[in-house]
Design a protein. Structure first.
Length: 315
């Protein structure tokens, strides 16, 4: 294998949490493959994002792993998805995610968009109604993909946004809406249009979550010199139990990840491949890099093998 070959990259989401119950579970959790990897890899400094950051640690870490550049809230995820789908470059792209906002007396919260499970025919019917209004403001919707629309238009140029994932736990979304009067006005118009839409009437009759808003995120354009494609395996199996605070299930899932994904990465390292491991939590991320070592170096590493809980502190 060439010494300049890109590393085999593994990125694990929700690898730790500051919740005391999670810390207790992690301290007593046997993760032999992860421990062996951490003993043989070199850790980078812990990257903690500010509380007001628009990006999540996972988004920032994944962008780094894929060579995608951008300031906070300006990682061009939609442009990357458009390029991967073969859509023409040179546009300012965005994700338009159908969602449901829960409006209370003193708070506005976002329901997880995945809970909508919006089928293609309902998505097409909703967009058929919204598209003329979007077009008036120079926004063209190209494709329904992975529960959201890919769209492009001048209003998305230079726009800093937060993903739905970033704001799920926030209680007041006003501070997280795009700082663009045109788009805020457009979002209000879409809310009024959706309020009495036949798709929502039918969903309400079936006691399903309705669509009452569009969330804009992932804005930006594809760079003139795009990054070299880099494969990254993203493991999100810990996400559901972490969100629910079910740390017993989270610990059991971690053991499965350790015996599969971590064991496979360790095998690749010892077979002569460069590897990279990134562990993400709600507050930060830490990357570990390494290249194959000789037998003596591996033997010495076993005597200084760190505990995973020590290196996951602060995620």
């Amino acid at each position: 294998m060439s010494p300049n070959s890109p590393p085999a990259q593994l990125l694990i989401l929700d690898a730790a949490s500051e919740a005391p119950a999670c810390r207790s579970a992690l301290a007593a959790l046997p993760l032999p493959s992860l421990s062996a990897l951490l003993a043989e890899l070199t850790p980078s400094p812990l990257e903690r994002l500010p509380d007001a950051a628009l990006d999540t640690p996972a988004e920032r870490a994944l962008a780094q792993a894929r060579g995608l550049a951008g300031d906070d809230g300006r990682l061009p995820w939609a442009a990357a998805a458009a390029a991967a789908a073969g859509l023409p470059p040179g546009q300012d792209w965005a994700f338009l995610t159908p969602c449901h906002l829960e409006v209370g007396m003193n708070q506005v919260r976002l329901t997880d968009p995945a809970a909508l499970a919006l089928p293609d025919d309902e998505a097409e019917a909703l967009m058929a109604s919204m598209a003329p209004y979007l077009a008036e403001d120079g926004i063209v919707v190209e494709r329904w993909q992975d529960g959201r629309w890919l769209a492009h238009g001048a209003p998305f140029a230079g726009l800093a946004t937060a993903s739905p994932e970033r704001v799920l736990a926030e209680e007041n979304l006003n501070a997280w809406l795009p700082a663009n009067p045109l788009l805020r006005r457009l979002q209000n118009e879409m809310q009024m249009l959706l309020y009495t839409h036949p798709v929502n009437d039918a969903r309400e009759a079936r006691r399903l979550v309705t669509v009452n808003a569009l969330w804009i995120s992932g804005c930006g354009s594809w760079p003139a010199t795009p990054p070299r494609p880099q494969a990254v395996q993203v493991v999100d199996a810990l996400r559901a139990s972490a969100r629910q605070g079910d740390w017993a299930a989270w610990a059991a899932t971690w053991q499965q990840i350790d015996s599969t994904h971590c064991a496979a990465l360790l095998q690749r390292l010892r077979a002569g491949e460069p590897v990279a491991l990134t562990l993400c939590g709600p507050q930060g991320s830490r990357r570990f890099d390494g290249r194959p070592r000789g037998a003596l170096a591996r033997w010495l590493a076993r005597w200084r093998r760190p505990q995973p809980a020590q290196l996951l502190e602060g995620l």
